[in-house]
Design a protein around this ligand. Structure first.
Ligand SMILES: Nc1nc2c(c(=O)[nH]1)N[C@H]1C(S)=C(S)[C@@H](COP(=O)(O)OP(=O)(O)OC[C@H]3O[C@@H](n4cnc5c(=O)[nH]c(N)nc54)[C@H](O)[C@@H]3O)O[C@H]1N2
Ligand SMILES: Nc1nc2c(c(=O)[nH]1)N[C@H]1C(S)=C(S)[C@@H](COP(=O)(O)OP(=O)(O)OC[C@H]3O[C@@H](n4cnc5c(=O)[nH]c(N)nc54)[C@H](O)[C@@H]3O)O[C@H]1N2
Ligand code: SF4
Ligand SMILES: [Mo]
Length: 728
């Protein structure tokens, strides 16, 4: 037996854990955490350890497929590209380039150049109908930054934080990039040792909330009100950093007026939390020398997401929790170009109202891109500009888009649907062609992607200047016909006689002027290798890629670079009173969420679990368990409805209904139901006992949608529970 152990990187989620992969006779047989790697303390999770199953399990697509009258049959990938290119050319000739849309999902995230090349291909054929899963995640972050402005130097070093506020984010499980995801359980332990205080707002006693100094188990959907209440306490008690506020912000008086109605007593009653907890949380956050606040998908999906993110920024700014001149720059970059940062803002900027305009709900281009929640309607709405062909790359619209039935109707109307996926997903089932990609251990990669997420929110990115590179460790299984995601777009451009015009700009507004990567590929010329694309993306990096490659276990490339003082004559300011945000705050006040419809007394909340990543790997037994996503409910709620654990109930919203198996969970706030997404089947193939239920079916794309990002209410959904029925 020829077994070797190689260091590598798991890229399933944005944690990018360093791993050790045992390779026997050209196959990856075992994955464990890498104890030699810095930052992660040897951590790996069950999903990462199941990489061999992802690569060699029966579910893996090893050939591209074409749908014929009798179902799917394999097709050589070169021929699939010939046929797809011909059909696209015909569709463009008849309906124009805008009739071709591209949706990029989480499966494409690991390799920045894949998304850049996919988007560059779309550009090259003259379409700007580019949609990503990011638009149905936390799109409000980017719009909030545009309203507020951004602190050039970012936050101080994470290890210096003596308080941290987590709003509806559960990093212990999700490793969501709003909090250091490098072994977050250990990060929390280290915080405890350093006596840093963790404050959590979550309707569930999550794995993270268990470690909190203060946990406000609030009513869902009240996060903006709670943050407004904290700001009011800080300003009225004079706990703000008034020197920082005077020197670097504007609008504090208007903010003070706007939060005035959000008294401690009012907020505590509205969100059903203890007044003392709210007071203590505000005082701890303001009293900290350095503190951060990160909001997750919980508040994002509960409506008012941009406002919540905006108030989180205002909270940080009134407390002056930004890096000051002379401090060490916390995130100096490694694989991205180095940069100089001053202790001054980039002032607010416009981040919406861009081309292209969509034809539905007044939506269009904005900093978070086009809204994927509007794409089904763009496909269904007849007339000039209708989308006729959709390429789905590393995404699963049938599992992930809000309003599953509308997504189903839309995908079935298309003239051409092509999906690139490693498995036969619910979306692939509806496709004309399914393209089989290489998987991660078959491709080289760097930590470039998780490094770059710092440009998409204040608390994101590696907490230290860490980087790693891994070569491909194995070849795809013998006899397979798979390609890298980017090669498919290269192949299409080659056949369509178009170019690939790719640009990656990091960050938002004025910040995006700084590091960027622009390249044009001419598919008439020589095809690059993935390693050449990696080199291209790291051109101008602070640390040369070759040096990073010298450390197979990854390395922290410390820098002694300091934050520079404000430039002479500069008077840019952070905006604490952006009119659209203060107007929304006034609406929130008037809205008063306590009026829960009498007929829909429960609130359905999103959650993530440690073994499942979105809709990935649903067919990998070790991860998916029995394949069901239980509807978690409080035992007292179950008792009051005479429902037993394991019963199948109907969950009905104003928009749709699903059937789900109930599990008791006393960690939940009463009146809430907590369920993972990405389960279930296409309409007509439901099998709640074996495949689980799709929570997207309960969502309406028009309910509470944000006028800029288009994000509808995807959580905090009012539902009723109809008692056990006799499904078997
Ligand atoms: N109801 C509800 N809806 C939600 C959410 C929710 O909480 N509740 N969450 C939302 C969020 S936060 C997000 S980000 C979106 C996610 O939306 P999507 O990205 O559309 O959905 P995923 O389930 O992540 O699908 C990723 C797909 O990529 C495939 N894949 C894995 N590796 C590769 C690869 O190397 N190449 C290719 N081509 N494919 C690969 C996987 O098999 C999977 O089918 O869903 C959103 N939708
Ligand atoms: N294991 C695993 N990791 C993942 C994923 C996965 O599917 N599995 N998905 C990845 C993706 S695409 C993303 S976007 C990230 C998401 O990462 P997170 O944003 O951390 O997502 P969750 O873990 O679902 O945590 C959301 C929390 O919000 C709470 N919540 C629900 N509604 C509300 C509300 O109205 N207010 C407040 N304050 N809290 C609320 C829920 O109880 C839950 O604990 O995770 C990524 N990582
Ligand atoms: S947390 Fe798990 S899935 Fe995410 S990178 Fe680490 S091992 Fe992979
Ligand atoms: Mo996400």
């Amino acid at each position: 037996m020829n077994a070797q152990v190689h260091p590598s990187i798991c890229r399933l989620c944005t944690a990018y854990c360093p791993i050790q992969v045992t390779v026997e006779n050209g196959r990856a047989t075992k994955v464990t955490g890498n104890p030699r790697a810095p930052l992660y303390g040897g951590y790996s999770c069950p999903k990462g350890r199941a990489l061999p199953e992802q690569h060699y399990g029966e579910q893996r697509l090893l050939h591209s497929l074409k749908r014929g009258p009798d179902g799917f049959g394999t097709i050589p990938s070169e021929r699939a590209m010939d046929e797809v290119a011909d059909r696209l050319k015909a569709i463009i000739a008849e309906h124009g380039p805008r009739s071709v849309a591209l949706y990029v999902g989480m499966g494409l995230v690991p390799f920045v150049a894949s998304t850049a090349i996919a988007a560059g291909w779309l550009n090259g054929i003259g379409s700007s109908m580019f949609f990503t899963a990011g638009s149905i995640d936390k799109p409000g972050i980017l719009i909030a930054l545009a309203h507020h402005g951004m602190w050039q130097a970012g936050q101080p070093h994470f290890d210096t934080a003596d308080a941290w506020l987590l709003v509806g984010i559960n990093p212990v499980i999700s490793k969501s990039p709003g909090f250091p995801g490098q072994n977050p359980g250990r990060v929390l332990k280290d915080m405890e040792k350093a006596r840093a205080k963790l404050i959590v707002i979550d309707p569930r006693v999550t794995e993270t909330a268990k470690r909190a100094h203060i946990h406000m188990q609030a009513r869902p959907g009240e996060d903006a009100a709670i943050l407004a209440g904290m700001i009011r306490i800080i300003l009225s008690e004079g706990l703000d950093d008034s020197d920082f506020v005077a020197a670097n912000t504007q609008g504090v008086a208007a903010l003070r007026d706007a939060v005035e109605p959000f008294t401690t007593e009012y907020v505590a009653r509205r969100a059903d939390i203890a007044e003392d907890d709210l007071l203590a949380a505000a005082r701890i956050f303001a009293g900290a020398g350095n503190a951060g606040v990160s909001c997750g998908t919980g508040p994002s999906f509960a409506t008012h997401s941009t406002l919540t993110e905006y108030l989180a920024l205002c909270l940080a700014s009134i407390c002056g929790h930004w890096a000051r001149a002379g401090e060490l720059l916390a995130k100096p970059n490694v694989l991205l170009p180095g940069y100089e940062a001053r202790a001054q803002p980039w002032p607010p900027f416009q981040a919406w109202g861009f081309e292209p305009r969509l034809r539905v709900r007044g939506l269009g281009g904005c900093a978070s891109g086009l809204s994927a929640a509007a794409l089904a309607d763009e496909i269904l709405l007849p007339g000039a500009g209708q989308v006729k062909a959709l390429i789905v790359a590393g995404g699963n619209p049938m599992m992930a888009w809000p309003d599953q039935k509308r997504a189903f109707a839309a995908l079935k109307t298309l003239d051409l649907l092509v999906t690139m996926d490693t498995e036969m997903t619910a979306t692939a089932e509806l496709s004309d062609y399914v393209i089989a990609p290489r998987l991660t251990l078959e491709t080289p990669m760097t930590t470039y992607m998780p490094e770059s997420v710092k440009y998409y929110g204040t608390t994101r990115g590696f907490p230290s200047p860490y980087a790693a590179y891994t070569p491909a460790l194995v070849e795809p299984p013998t006899g397979s016909d798979v390609m890298e995601d980017w090669e498919f777009f290269w192949g299409l451009a080659q056949r369509m006689g178009s170019r690939i015009d790719a640009t990656i700009r990091y960050g938002n507004g004025p910040q995006a002027e700084a590091p960027s990567m622009t390249f044009t590929l001419d598919p008439a010329g020589r095809k690059p290798t993935t390693d050449e694309l990696i080199e291209l993306s790291c051109k101008g990096s602070r640390i040369p890629l070759d040096r990073v490659k010298q450390y197979p276990d990854g390395h922290v490339f410390e820098s002694d670079q300091r934050v520079l003082p404000r430039a002479a004559g500069n008077d840019d300011r952070l905006e604490l009173a952006a009119p659209p945000m203060l107007e929304e705050l006034a609406q929130l006040w008037a809205e008063d969420n306590r009026a829960i419809e009498a007929d829909y007394p429960f609130r359905l909340l999103p959650r993530r679990t440690n073994t499942i990543l979105n809709s990935f790997g649903r067919r990998i037994g070790r991860l998916a368990g029995n394949g069901v996503n239980p509807a978690h409910m409080h035992p007292d709620d179950l008792a009051s409805l005479a429902i037993a654990e394991g019963d199948c109930v109907t969950i009905r919203s104003l928009h749709g209904e699903i059937q789900a198996i109930v599990a008791a969970e006393s960690a939940l706030r009463r009146g809430t139901i907590s369920m993972a997404h990405g389960f279930g089947a296409n309409p007509g193939s439901d099998d709640p006992l074996h495949l689980g239920a799709n929570t997207g079916r309960l969502i309406s794309v028009e309910d509470g949608y944000d006028p800029v990002t288009g994000l509808p209410r995807m959580g905090n959904i009012a539902v009723q529970i109809l008692p056990a029925n006799a499904i078997s």
